[in-house]
Design a protein around this ligand. Structure first.
Ligand SMILES: [Zn+2]
Length: 85
C-alpha cells in the first residue's frame, strides 16, 4: 500500500489547495478566502480506502488528544469554596 492509495490530488485546484475563483450554480465568482472549497485547502481528497483508514484511526487519535489535554477540556474546573469558620 502506498500513500496514493489513500489520497488523490484535488482535480479542482490541481493539488495546490488554493483556488482563486469558485463556480457556484454555473457562475464563476472570486473566491474571497482563496482556499479551494473542494478539498478545503488540503490539496488532496481521501480515497474510499483513505476514508476507511481515517475512520479506523479516529478513536485512537481522539484518545491521544484526550490524553494530551487531560481533564480540563472534558470537565471544566469547579472552584471549591472553603467554608471554615
Ligand atoms: Zn482543491
Amino acid at each position: 500500500m502506498v500513500i496514493n492509495d489513500l489520497k488523490t490530488a484535488c482535480a479542482q485546484c490541481n493539488g495546490s489547495g488554493r483556488s482563486a475563483g469558485i463556480t457556484s450554480m454555473g457562475i464563476s465568482q472570486i473566491n474571497p478566502s482563496g482556499i479551494c472549497p473542494h478539498c478545503k485547502g488540503r490539496g488532496f481528497l481521501l480515497t474510499e480506502l483513505g476514508e476507511d483508514l481515517v475512520n479506523l484511526l479516529r478513536p485512537f487519535v481522539e484518545e491521544m488528544i484526550a490524553e494530551a489535554a487531560p481533564a480540563e477540556a472534558a470537565a471544566p474546573k469547579v472552584e471549591e469554596e472553603q467554608d471554615e469558620d
